[in-house]
Design a protein around this ligand. Structure first.
Ligand SMILES: [Zn+2]
Ligand SMILES: [Zn+2]
Length: 729
């Protein structure tokens, strides 16, 4: 229940500052209610915070400092405050750090007023310089967007004076626009696409759930191209018709373009967007209108789960199996799991949409915790691609080449037909290893326990752990012999080179996340390819994420064995999902597709399961193995990483933890380690890992908090706890 605190009453305020609790203040003139966004004094500073209930009461009221002002935005709803508290408790994150995720909007509390924005004009610059060209390029790369002065200058890498200098000629326009303009109204009554029979049934089921106005989660499983989006848009329509808000999470912001177009076709206008590709002004607009309830539908990345919804009725997690839903630094959380938690706080429905469910979601559906709806037929005339392996033991390949003659012939046939082929290799860069032919040393990152990966486009070596780059050396860093450095193994850039040599006439496009300076340029490239702007696409797992390429009829997987060797408990599941997702890219429109997987072990159970297409038996088999081992989803896990610039200190802390596991033993948990983390050094910090395994129903969080709370960490040591770890690095 929301409480009102009269003027002068003691209240607790939670700020985003790294303190261990809320602080007490006096309510300002006019009083204040729970959830109000306020500005309070903290030492000599003013900081933002949220009224978090009545004061703890251990300070006399007259000694409390008053709240300075209440921000002119709607207070944070009780359901959202509950979510912040519960997600903090689940992930063992301090409350202020969790709240910070909910306050990521610039200029909160500033008056709306007018602001000056800059757009592309039609005039020609009176004098052309490289700096001026950079401004024009930046504006042209994001047509239709408006920018604040400093933002545009930053994007172009120039001073704001350069932007101003372009105003006189009309090459750049300056306008005063009202801040935070309303979003256009979405019309749920507009007729949607004509749906197939199984789509109609699924859509009806989802509409009924949304109408109930209560919490529930549905796994919506449909093969690639079965029209899942059309189906869940019907659930969105129902939420809108009920006067509630909806959120659609996408794993990859390059997908938003296609999604926005579909929303516009269905509801007559575009929704609000929230992700890293959105300008600062748009962020503030989105946050503000989500808070008032004016923004009815948001499409966004995982961080949009922390928007201040007024009345959230539905969350869709599209491609729910996607690993990028796990936030791997800062606050460690799974957006899929937090979506379920938020919905249960809000009395909202969740739809987990996927062609290849995660074992977690599949198991929850088996247990009856989640409802399940299946779409079995591909939409329209499209049929499932034909899957086959290419046994690499039988292929004649010269050294330094990876496209087998069989795959090469298949690509040739597609080019003749004017169709697209996709060459898939889940490895960024040119070559994974750079080796000295004189002394045999590999080039390693000097800060990490990792090899440097050559990125030939950027003419640099890069560490995929810490992002450190170095120029490609002429001489070996170890033995100083010149001209002996050699690339070993293929990366996606090297594949593009090979494909260009094999098919000199073909238009080759590369899709790899690091080749695009911005999300927008990646989005533009994806759209160009979808229109037929390439004959051969060479891509990493980026291409597996639901892009729709209608002319694509062949997928060639360069190394289907790549994911199978890992020690990760999800290695088989991930390989299965990835191969299914990638092969599902072929033949979506009216032409049947073929997926060919190059492998040295065609008899491997995972490869055979992929070929057979019998997903349910693969999942059941995988589930049996995990159940027997007591690992997720049939057991709980937590990863503890201790890092220090000094390796011995990190190990001492790990050993101290391992010596006394009383709180964990009390809940039946086991501790493994300490051991060097699989990547034992990142950014110069040595990393030691412990793994905690507990029975499924065990209350693991309080036990962990108690356990690590018994250790006093040296100042230089960091300890992070990852509940339900997805990667074991
Ligand atoms: Zn050497
Ligand atoms: Zn590194």
């Amino acid at each position: 229940m929301t409480r009102f605190h009269p003027p002068g009453a003691p209240v607790a305020v939670l700020t985003t500052q790294p303190l261990d609790r809320a602080l007490d203040y006096r309510a300002p003139e006019g009083g204040v209610e729970d959830g109000a966004f306020v500005e309070v004094p903290l030492g000599p500073r003013k900081v933002l915070g949220v009224v978090w209930g009545a004061a703890a009461g251990d300070w006399p009221v007259e000694k409390l400092r008053p709240i300075l002002r209440v921000l002119p935005v709607p207070p944070m709803a009780q359901a959202f405050r509950d979510f912040i508290e519960r997600s903090a408790a689940y992930t063992l994150t301090p409350l202020p750090a969790m709240l910070r995720l909910g306050l990521r909007a610039p200029g909160l509390g500033e008056a709306p007023g007018k602001r000056r924005v800059y757009t592309l004009g039609t005039g020609e610059p009176d004098r052309a310089t490289a700096a001026r060209a950079a401004v024009i390029d930046a504006l042209q790369s994001r047509p239709g967007d408006v920018f604040a002065l400093s933002e545009l200058a930053d994007m172009a890498g120039v001073s704001s004076g350069v932007v101003k200098g372009l105003l006189k000629s009309g090459a750049v326009l300056e306008q005063a626009t009202p801040r935070d303009a309303d979003y256009p109204t979405l019309d749920p009554q507009r007729p949607g696409k004509t749906l197939a029979e199984d789509q109609i049934a699924a859509a009806e089921g989802l509409r009924t759930s949304v109408k109930s106005g209560t919490y529930g989660t549905t796994l919506l499983k449909g093969v690639t191209g079965s029209g899942k989006t059309e189906v869940y848009l019907e659930a969105v329509a129902e939420a809108l018709a009920q006067g509630r808000q909806a959120l659609v999470l996408l794993p990859e912001i390059a997908l938003t373009g296609e999604f926005l177009t579909r929303v516009e076709a269905r509801f007559g206008a575009r929704p609000a967007e929230w992700h890293s590709g959105v300008t600062q002004a748009e962020r503030r607009r989105c946050w503000t209108h989500v808070a008032t309830g004016q923004a009815r539908l948001v499409v966004g990345a995982r961080s949009s789960l922390f928007l201040p919804f007024r009345s959230l009725g539905l969350i869709v997690v599209d491609e729910e199996h996607d690993t990028s839903y796990k936030q791997e630094d800062g606050v460690l959380y799974s957006a899929r799991d937090m979506a379920v938690l938020r919905a249960s706080c809000e009395g909202a429905q969740v739809i987990l949409a996927t062609a290849t469910p995660s074992l977690e979601s599949w198991a929850n559906a088996e247990l009856g915790k989640y409802a399940r709806l299946d779409l079995t037929s591909r939409f329209g005339d499209a049929v499932m691609p034909k899957l086959a392996t290419i046994d690499m033991r039988d292929e004649q390949l010269p050294g330094g080449r990876w496209v087998s003659p069989t795959l090469q012939r298949a690509i040739e046939a597609r080019i003749i037909e004017g169709e697209q082929s996709l060459i898939f290799l889940n490895r960024r860069g040119y070559a994974p290893v750079t080796l000295c032919r004189a002394c045999g040393q590999q080039v390693a990152c000097h800060q990490c326990d990792a090899r440097m990966v050559e990125h030939r486009f950027q003419k640099r070596l890069m560490c995929h752990q810490c992002g450190e780059t170095a120029p490609m050396p002429d001489a070996c860093p170890s033995c100083k012999v010149e001209g002996k450095m050699a690339a070993v193994g293929p990366g996606v850039e090297r594949m593009a080179e090979e494909v260009t040599t094999l098919f000199p006439e073909a238009r080759v496009a590369i899709l790899s996340s690091d080749l695009f300076g911005s999300a927008r340029s990646l989005k533009a490239k994806v759209e160009e390819i979808a229109r037929g702007g390439a004959d051969i696409i060479v891509g990493t797992q980026l291409v597996a994420k639901g892009h729709n390429f209608p002319k694509l009829t062949l997928v060639g997987v360069i190394d289907a064995d790549l994911g199978l060797q890992g020690s990760d408990l999800r290695a088989a599941e991930r390989t299965f999902q990835l191969m299914r997702q990638v092969s599902g890219r072929a033949g979506r429109a009216d032409k049947p597709g073929v997926a060919l997987m190059q492998t040295y072990q065609p008899e491997h159970p995972v490869i055979r399961a992929i070929l057979s297409g019998d997903e349910e038996s693969f999942l059941r088999e995988e589930a049996d193995q995990r159940r027997a081992a007591g690992v997720p989803p049939y057991g709980r896990m937590a990863g503890i990483v201790i890092s220090d610039t000094d390796g011995a200190t990190a190990f001492d802390v790990g050993n101290a933890l391992a010596r006394d596991i009383t709180p964990l033993a009390a809940i039946g948990a086991e501790v493994y380690g300490p051991a060097p983390a699989p990547i034992a050094r990142i950014r110069g910090r040595h990393r030691v890992r412990l793994l905690v395994k507990a029975p499924r129903q065990a209350p693991i969080q309080p036990a962990l908090a108690d356990w690590v709370g018994r250790i006093i960490l040296p100042r230089s040591t960091r300890l992070s706890i990852d509940i339900d770890p997805q990667s074991f690095l």
